[in-house]
Each structure stands twice: as structure tokens, then as C-alpha cells.
Write a protein that binds this ligand. Structure first.
Ligand code: TMP
Length: 205
């Protein structure tokens, strides 16, 4: 049995904490699982992440951004996600194609059909079984990250991040069975319990 679970949300939503907590819990139960992060896991993805998050002197247009995230995704799906799912490993992915819809589609304002068509190339048919949205107001996420050095996306203004949040909420509303939406202002233990309730039902035995 394989299961592909993605964690999504705006800046400071706590998805990295929650994906790590779920990964630890699965490991304790000896359930084969792998925690990965988009975009920077493969060698190519790491180079692209560096460009996308930290480049100062290189201009990157929204369309170039859309393509670069998907170049990295092609490599991640081919090299890591597909082979692990085929072996029956549960793959937990901190961000995936819905991040591109939220950030490049709603945030940057690219045409949503164009974003979805490009994502389809990147995903190569590998669609998550469950996507978890940790929903937090953009202001709250910003405040949580105030001591962190901001990358190119975190430097965007509040209205960009509000559009990203709205984008996620629209995606979740359109496919309520696929998404688990959690109020990420709850404590991390409360959030982890909600996630476990949903995920544990899908585990063998
Ligand atoms: P993170 O390490 O905070 O998740 O950094 C990834 C950043 O890249 C985050 O600000 C969201 C952004 N991003 C996109 O804009 N589009 C995408 O498709 C992905 C995967 C991430």
C-alpha cells in the first residue's frame, strides 16, 4: 500500500513541524515512510531552490518561476516520489503542486489554466491521496517568522500572502474530500492529533 500526503500552507503555518511530527510517529510504528520537501531535495532541485529563494541579482519572471518549480518537480517525482510509492513507502511531502497554484497562480497572478497545465507536466500523473492545509492568517504567519532571514517569497508584501491564503482556501473548497483543512492557530499537539486521526485510518492494520 502506498500513500502520498502533501502539507500545504502559507509562510509560518507550521507545516514543516507537522510533517516532521507525523514522520516521527510513523517511524515509531515502523511504518515505511519518507519525508521530503519541495523544491530542494534532488541535486537539481537544490540548485533551483537556491535560485528561486535567494537570488538577488538575477531577475526571475513569474512564468520563469512557474517553470523552474516544475523542472525541480519533474526531477523529484522521477528520482524520489515515484520509486518510493512503487515500493509501498508512505511519502510525506512538505509542499507540492498546490503551492504552485497558490503562489504562482493566486500570488503572482499567472493564468490558473496555464499553471495547472504546467503542474500536470511536473507531476507526471503522481497526485497526492491527501493534502493537508494548515490555514493561518497571513499576518500571523508573518509574525511567527519575524526573526527569520526572509527569502524572495517571504519578502513579498502582505497582500501577496493574503492572495496565497485565499488561493489555498479556494482549492480546498473545490475538493473538500481531498483536503484536510486545519486551523493552524491551534497548538501543535492539537494539530498533530487532527492529522493523526485522518492519516491513521488509511494505514494498514
Ligand atoms: P519553504 O522552505 O518555506 O517551504 O520555501 C519554499 C518557498 O517557495 C515558499 O515561500 C513557497 C515557495 N513556493 C512557490 O512559490 N511555489 C512552489 O511551487 C513551491 C513548491 C514553493
Amino acid at each position: 500500500m502506498s500513500l502520498f500526503i502533501t502539507f500545504e500552507g502559507g509562510e509560518g503555518c507550521g507545516k514543516s513541524t507537522q510533517s516532521r511530527m507525523l514522520s516521527r510517529r510513523l517511524k515509531k510504528l515502523a511504518v515505511p515512510s519518507l519525508l521530503i520537501h519541495e523544491p530542494g531535495i534532488t541535486a537539481l532541485g537544490k540548485k533551483i531552490t537556491q535560485l528561486l529563494k535567494w537570488s538577488k541579482d538575477i531577475k526571475i519572471s513569474p512564468l520563469a518561476e512557474l517553470l523552474l518549480f516544475n523542472v525541480s518537480r519533474v526531477q523529484l517525482v522521477t528520482e524520489v516520489i515515484k520509486p518510493n510509492l512503487e515500493k509501498g513507502v508512505i511519502v510525506l511531502c512538505d509542499r507540492y503542486a498546490d503551492s504552485t497554484i497558490a503562489y504562482q497562480g493566486y500570488g503572482r497572478g499567472l493564468d490558473l489554466d496555464k499553471v495547472k497545465a504546467t503542474n500536470a507536466l511536473g507531476m507526471q500523473g503522481v497526485i497526492p491521496n491527501l493534502s493537508i492545509l494548515l490555514d493561518v492568517p497571513a499576518e500571523t504567519g508573518f509574525a511567527r517568522n519575524k526573526d527569520k532571514k526572509p527569502d524572495r517569497f517571504e519578502k513579498e508584501n502582505l497582500s501577496f500572502h493574503k492572495r496565497v491564503r485565499e488561493g489555498y482556501l479556494k482549492l480546498a473548497k473545490a475538493e473538500p474530500k481531498h483536503w484536510l483543512v486545519i486551523d493552524a492557530t491551534k497548538t501543535k499537539e492539537e494539530i498533530a492529533a487532527i492529522i493523526w486521526q485522518r492519516v491513521s485510518k488509511r494505514l494498514p492494520g
